[in-house]
Design a protein around this ligand. Structure first.
Ligand SMILES: [Zn+2]
Length: 87
């Protein structure tokens, strides 16, 4: 994979949640170029590899991502995921 292993520093009481944001505008509406492979057992496309290329949907262009640690649950964790099953 392309992510370096995180350095283990002070232990956290709970597993910390992280987000990736655009380092220009701070938006979390960012995506990575990736390959998905069809999983016959799951009957779904499953992420196989994520490449380094990132795109910010606010800047509408190439992006560099910053990994940030969340200090409170994201809204989706409270209201429930709003994901739509792909086609
Ligand atoms: Zn951006």
């Amino acid at each position: 994979m392309t992510e370096p292993a995180p350095a283990h520093s002070a232990p956290l009481p709970h597993t910390a949640l992280h987000a990736y944001v655009c380092n220009v505008c701070g938006s979390d509406h960012v995506t990575r170029k990736a390959w998905a492979a069809w999983d016959v057992a799951a009957q779904a496309w499953v992420l196989e590899v994520a490449f380094d290329y990132a795109h910010c949907h606010r800047c509408m262009g190439d992006a560099r991502l910053d990994r940030v640690t969340l200090t409170s649950p994201p809204p989706a964790a409270i209201t429930g995921p709003a994901h739509v099953a792909p086609g």
